[in-house]
Design a binder for this molecule. Structure first.
Ligand SMILES: Nc1ncnc2[nH]cnc12
Ligand SMILES: [Zn+2]
Length: 332
């Protein structure tokens, strides 16, 4: 099964670059930049990765991100992730970055974007992995701060395709960011938002109706609202679901309780993603394998999920068709 999943042409649509910072690189960059971390060894870092909810994780995630300071750091981080993509049969990726996690520490936004973009260009040229970057706003900060971030990023508007919304969900509903999303869409950007990870189904409705997003990130709590499920199915709105993240952050107590395959079988456009692979125990293939181990994911379902990831991407239709046709003729 693992080989089968490796070979499928897959897109990854929900992955935070800062969440791909492996403990080894974290320690290396801490040393390179003289940043003090509360850990002495890689093992100590790994031992700290015990989370009981999203906020627990975010506290550690932002602390980890503090080692990223120069263009080279952002490029090294992105490059390491793209090599993983190449090794796992990910042909296209649409990663998030959180500019405010860095600008708040005094790192200029151009350092962040230039570093990431350098690696993404190299990934396309040297590894054949294509990508579209997504600029994500931190929802625990204000909409004014999101606007300022968007304005500062606009001179680099050719380097990202969409805006997103992440960080602490509860207490920060989509409507808080209605104006800045309207502005970004008016400027021609696509839109996505985390919704229904820890937040209730009403946040998914809000992301659809107020932010007018093209995809929902997570969205697993939509399962609790049958009318919403019907809408997701009818309109084929993609959900970028992250199984290992959901169990690590206790959205589901155990993988065997995860509803991803039930959603797939009901006709929801679900995709599999890794969210923060360095923190949650695996990249894309490991997420597929977790579904196989706990829920008996079949080859047919894996193929469908891979095709969904291409369909739900922002690739042009001609590229989507190319990848889907290839996957279908790969295994007959
Ligand atoms: N799973 C997640 N939910 C919200 N914000 C995040 N930032 C990084 N990972 C996240
Ligand atoms: Zn996420």
């Amino acid at each position: 099964m693992q080989d089968f999943i490796h070979q499928l042409h897959k897109a990854e649509l929900h992955m935070h670059l800062e969440g791909s910072l492996e403990p080894e690189l974290m320690m290396q960059l801490a040393e390179r930049n003289s940043v003090q971390l509360p850990y002495q060894t890689v093992e100590e870092v790994r031992r700290a990765y015990q989370f009981s909810n999203l906020q627990d994780f975010l506290d550690i995630y932002y602390q980890g991100a503090s080692v990223l300071q120069t263009e080279e750091d952002f490029s090294d981080l992105t490059w390491a992730y793209l090599r993983k993509c190449k090794a796992q049969g990910v042909v296209h990726t649409e990663p998030f970055f959180d500019p405010q996690a860095h600008t708040q520490r005094g790192i200029p936004i151009e350092v962040v974007i230039r570093g990431i973009d350098h690696a993404l260009q190299r990934g396309k040229a040297e590894l054949g992995v294509s990508s579209y970057l997504i600029l994500s706003f931190l929802r625990h900060l204000s909409e004014e701060e999101a606007f300022a971030t968007f304005e500062a990023a606009l001179p680099f508007g050719d380097k990202f395709i969409a805006v997103g919304l992440d960080s602490s969900e509860l207490g920060h509903p989509p409507e808080k960011f209605q104006q800045v999303f309207a502005k970004a869409r008016a400027e021609g950007f696509k839109a996505v938002a985390h919704a229904g990870e820890e937040g209730p189904p009403s946040y998914v409705w809000g992301a659809l109706d107020l932010l007018k997003v093209d995809r929902i990130d997570h969205g697993v709590r939509a399962f609790e609202d049958e009318r919403l499920m019907q809408r997701l199915i009818q309109e084929q709105i993609p959900l970028t679901v992250c199984p290992l993240s959901n169990t690590r952050l206790k959205v589901f107590a155990e993988m065997r309780h995860h509803t991803l395959l039930e959603m797939l079988d009901r006709g929801v456009m679900v995709t599999v993603n890794s969210d923060d692979p360095a923190y949650f125990g695996g990249y894309l293939v490991e997420n597929f394998m977790a579904l196989h181990d706990a829920l008996d994911l079949t080859c047919e379902q894996a193929k469908q999920l891979a095709a969904n990831s291409i369909r739900a991407s922002f690739l042009p239709d001609s590229d989507k068709q190319k990848y889907i046709t290839r996957t279908q003729s790969q295994f007959v």
